[in-house]
Design a protein around this ligand. Structure first.
Ligand SMILES: C[S@@+](CC[C@H](N)C(=O)[O-])C[C@H]1O[C@@H](n2cnc3c(N)ncnc32)[C@H](O)[C@@H]1O
Length: 277
């Protein structure tokens, strides 16, 4: 793309048509993103360690009732949850398509924790799991058809009575995401490029489909070449999530205010949902 393509862009993107999400699976982007996952200065890509420990405690004590289990961690990133769950005796398997994250996870996890570099939409899930988890709102970033297929594959991977744990973005958080004003920044080196660049950002809220889309336009300062990334996020009501889980064969659907089971002291962007096969 070049600068005139920016002028001729579609005024409002069709959800998921321009691109589906930020390029987690691009090797250079994933190397830069890994730093954000591991940063103890913010909770943007992964939560900071003390918060992850609290979430892992709740998963271990409440969801798994302390019983040694086999866990499937979808979109596991650098394995920060899986490694801690494996240290408590669980057998974990993480799937993620970010090469730098999976490389880090493999190097930094106990032996009862394995990983696959792959796309959760196409990868085969290992059978015999007691818990399948997909956390930190990534579930909302999939097209509804892909999200439904992921639920069905997770259901098939679980043992009878096995559980799914989803952490989804609240409806209001997604609407807010799509209602942000346009903005921009310049950076000598940042998440979207190692080289000096400008980043222009636009957000859109599609009221009829209840989808937020975010467009990132990255302009290389030396060459003026343009790269565009667009990410769409589906807002779901609790009723819509329940319908999706029921359609995939889950029952006993319970909602919790956070991954500690209690209201979060931070902004309530996410809720946790647990359902049973
Ligand atoms: C917000 S991060 C959360 C990572 C991890 N669950 C955590 O909380 O630390 C979302 C993760 O989902 C992964 N992801 C997104 N789409 C994916 C896909 N289609 N297949 C596999 N992984 C995916 C990204 O690479 C990223 O690691």
């Amino acid at each position: 793309m070049n600068l005139s393509d920016i002028l001729q862009r579609q005024p409002v993107p069709t959800p998921w048509a321009e691109g589906e999400k930020i390029p987690w699976n691009d090797p250079d982007f994933s190397r830069r993103m890994l730093k954000e996952h591991l940063s103890q200065k913010h909770d943007a890509a992964s939560r900071r360690t003390p918060k992850i420990k609290k979430h892992v405690e709740w998963i271990h004590n409440f969801i798994l009732a302390g019983k040694t289990s086999t866990i499937l961690d979808l979109g596991c990133g650098p394995g920060l949850y899986s490694a801690k769950l494996a240290a408590l005796g669980h057998t974990c398997h993480g799937i993620d398509f970010s090469p730098a994250s999976i490389e880090y996870a493999v190097k930094n996890s106990p032996v009862n924790c394995t990983y696959t570099l792959g796309d959760v939409r196409t990868e085969t899930y290992p059978p015999g799991c007691d818990l399948a988890m997909f956390i930190f709102g990534e579930f909302n970033v999939f097209k509804p058809t892909h999200a439904q297929a992921i639920l069905q594959k997770a259901h098939a991977a679980l043992t009878p009575g096995g559980k799914i744990l989803l952490e989804i973005s609240t409806f209001d958080a997604v609407e807010q995401l799509g209602s942000q004003p346009s903005t921009w920044y310049s950076d000598p080196s940042g998440l979207f490029s190692d080289k000096p660049h400008l980043a222009l950002m636009e957000s859109f809220w599609d009221e009829s489909q209840t989808v937020a889309s975010e467009r990132y336009i990255i302009i290389d300062a030396a060459t003026a070449s343009v790269t565009r990334y667009t990410s769409s996020t589906q807002a779901y009501t609790e009723e819509q999530i329940s319908q999706k889980l029921s359609a995939a064969g889950f029952n006993n659907i319970q909602f919790y205010p956070s991954l500690t089971g209690k209201p979060s002291p931070d902004v309530d962007e996410f809720i946790a949902v647990v359902a049973q096969k």
